[in-house]
Design a protein around this ligand. Structure first.
Ligand SMILES: [Zn+2]
Length: 291
């Protein structure tokens, strides 16, 4: 699933590529992707002729501020990713015009597409079709459950170590599950939670209540390091995630433990990376240096 660095990469791309453009039409073949308004012709009428004023991120949500007080929220969920380009309808499918990454199979599951006023389009490619799009009045954005219940942004300048500790106060449970809980901190998912705990040298099943100040500080620092590095490398593309040009990210190559089960630990500890289940999610860690 795209996590904070992947969504941030998409949003930064969108800022460069589509701000100031007008949406002139929309197309869908999987209407269930649109959660509001439920009726697609209604959705289309409401989004048409609106200018894209801004693109930003909250947690794992992509948010486009549109003219006339409307906002389009897109959550890419499992395998969705937004692409910007040109396509033509051919053989019952949207075929990308020109060569390049958009031609790759992973980018060819287009189920929702917006036409821009400069002949380009932006589209959602999503093999599993779990993504969602919501068009609402901007003033109601903060009341959406997708936004309302989110914890703070881990890379926000105001999110100090003191704030981080305050956030975890009185919470209980395995640290890996705590890090995945979007209501405690927004944006971390399975990949970066595993990477963070590796850098912090903490076992993913360690209970939050058992962590001392120094250990909490290691988590705080490590999460920021990992997220910043992954943004710099434009995300991880082990699964379907691609940037808006359809290009894979670069973090996969430098990942430390995530999906490296059976491989040597990157530290000289002679340990082998293990994979276990915590809840229904897998966790990857080195049993020798993560305690
Ligand atoms: Zn190790």
């Amino acid at each position: 699933m795209p996590e904070l660095p992947e969504v941030e990469t998409i949003v930064r791309d969108l800022k460069k590529k589509i701000i100031g453009r007008k949406i002139i039409d929309a197309w869908v073949d999987t209407p269930k992707l649109i959660k509001n308004p439920k009726n697609f012709s209604d959705f289309k009428e409401k989004i048409k002729n609106r200018k894209i004023l801004d693109a930003w991120r909250r947690g794992k949500n992509i948010i486009l501020s549109l003219s006339g007080g409307k906002t389009l929220l897109i959550h890419q969920k499992m395998t969705g990713h937004l692409l910007v380009g040109q396509w033509k309808w051919q053989k019952n499918n949207w075929q990308p015009i020109g060569d390049g990454y958009l031609k790759e199979k992973v980018n060819n599951y287009i189920h929702l597409l917006f036409f821009l006023d400069d002949n380009r389009m932006f589209a959602l490619s999503d093999v599993r079709k779990f993504a969602k799009a919501i068009l609402i009045d901007s003033e109601n954005l903060n009341q959406l459950s997708d936004i309302k219940n989110l914890g703070p942004e881990p890379l926000d300048k105001k999110f100090t170590f003191a704030k981080f500790k305050e956030r975890l106060k009185n919470k209980k449970g395995k640290i890996k599950q705590i890090l995945l809980n979007q209501e405690i901190i927004a944006g971390l998912g399975n990949i970066y939670a595993d990477e963070t705990l590796f850098l912090a040298r903490l076992h993913p099943t360690r209970r939050l209540e058992s962590l001392n100040n120094a250990e909490l500080a290691r988590i705080y620092k490590s999460s920021r390091l990992v997220l910043k590095k992954a943004i710099r490398l434009r995300g991880t593309s082990i699964s379907d995630y691609r940037d808006t040009a359809g290009k894979p990210g670069g973090y996969d190559k430098v990942r430390l433990v995530y999906r490296r089960e059976g491989e040597k630990c990157p530290r000289p500890c002679q340990g082998l990376v293990q994979r276990i289940k915590i809840g229904n999610r897998s966790a990857h860690f080195c049993p020798k240096c993560q305690k």
